[in-house]
Design a protein around this ligand. Structure first.
Ligand SMILES: NC(=O)c1ccc[n+]([C@@H]2O[C@H](COP(=O)([O-])OP(=O)(O)OC[C@H]3O[C@@H](n4cnc5c(N)ncnc54)[C@H](OP(=O)(O)O)[C@@H]3O)[C@@H](O)[C@H]2O)c1
Length: 319
């Protein structure tokens, strides 16, 4: 059985669907009151209620588990001290549970740019949590990813919604931050391979899509693809940050959240062939992914291309 934390999040929902589709037995640690709890109940997965700082819940969730995929992340938490606790103490509890259950593999996904000397508190404490895992003796794989996109993502779907409703493309700050967008389905394919692939065991692997693009180039490509009359507006980073804080304070969930803005300021790119080298397949380019996986297919009038996993298994065997 595989334990997934963060199953109700963006990556978690895509991952759990694929695991269930592949017939895997899945258990999820789910925060009581999570907005996606009902969705999870519709699947044949075991759900253990509790958050990452709930020692009893984490211990229960880890019992009898063979692998852990840790995606839970306090991205909506504004207080750095709480973020650090969830990263470090959450990891400590999971590692304890992993040791007791003698798990075969512990996978986690982080943003690129983590490390104990990173500039942002979020990236620093995540980097320390990664170190805790590496030093724990539990077999691990750490994936460090650039920005992900896909159905129900936050940034690109939010950008598309704003564009469709208002004709505006919003660029925070200079828009020059470098990104390497990767389709979430391809990240899930990397995770599925990392569950068993001996070559990636005990490694930290940076991953990203097949293009290096600035934030503004991402927005331009999305705008051009949708072919809607549009006006591009640049707003200062601090103005967008205040708007995000205000909306989050009102309990709303803006597509440019405060933490997301912080993370977007950090350049997150790696080698263009990082996924092919580590996992043997070429990830999907941004516009192909947006066209087929985010914008409803009927609007685009084209068939869905093969998934990263399908394409991946072919290229792997061809190597
Ligand atoms: N999305 C990206 O572009 C991207 C890029 C690079 C790396 N990553 C990493 O990939 C992982 C998954 O990202 P995501 O985009 O799926 O994040 P997300 O949509 O924000 O989901 C976060 C998940 O963590 C859960 N969570 C938050 N605090 C928790 C706590 N205290 N205890 C238990 N669960 C908690 C949330 O549960 P609720 O449903 O209860 O809120 C949710 O299931 C994260 O580690 C993130 O840093 C993401």
């Amino acid at each position: 059985m595989i334990l997934v934390t963060g199953a109700t999040g963006f990556v978690g929902r895509h991952l759990v669907r694929r695991l269930c589709g592949a017939g895997e037995a899945v258990r999820c640690l789910v925060r009581p009151g999570s907005p996606a709890q009902e969705w999870l109940q519709s699947l044949s997965v075991e759900a253990v209620p509790g958050h990452l700082l709930d020692a009893a819940a984490v211990a229960t969730a880890c019992q009898g588990i063979r692998q852990i995929i840790h995606l839970g992340a306090p991205i909506l938490e504004g207080r750095d001290a709480v973020v650090e606790r969830v990263h470090r103490e959450g990891m400590a509890l999971l590692v304890d549970g992993a040791r007791l259950a003698r798990v075969e593999r512990f996978l986690m996904v982080s943003p690129l740019g983590t490390g104990s000397s990173a500039g942002l508190p979020f990236l620093r404490s995540r980097g320390r949590a990664e170190d805790d895992l590496r030093e724990s003796g539990v077999p691990f794989v750490v994936l460090q990813s650039s920005l992900m996109f896909g159905l129900d993502d936050r940034l690109i779907s939010g950008m598309i919604r704003l564009l469709q409703r208002t004709g505006l493309l919003l660029i925070p700050g200079t828009g020059k931050t470098m990104l390497q967008p990767i389709w979430v389905g391809d990240v899930v394919s990397c995770l599925l391979r990392a569950l068993t692939d001996e070559e990636v065991l005990d490694r930290t692997i940076p991953i990203g899509g097949p293009q290096h693009l600035t934030y503004e180039e991402v927005a331009d490509q999305v705008g051009k693809m949708l072919n809607i009359p549009r006006v591009k507006i640049h707003l200062s980073r601090s103005a967008v940050g205040w708007m995000a804080r205000l909306l989050e304070g009102l309990g709303l969930n803006p597509f440019l959240g405060y933490r997301h803005l912080e993370l977007l300021e950090v350049g997150t790119i790696t080698a263009l062939d990082a996924v092919r080298r580590a996992f043997g397949f070429q990830p999907m380019p941004l516009i192909e992914g947006v066209a087929y996986h985010i914008v409803p297919r009927k609007e685009m009038g084209a068939p869905r291309p093969s998934s990263g996993a399908e394409r991946g298994s072919r290229t792997r065997h061809q190597r």
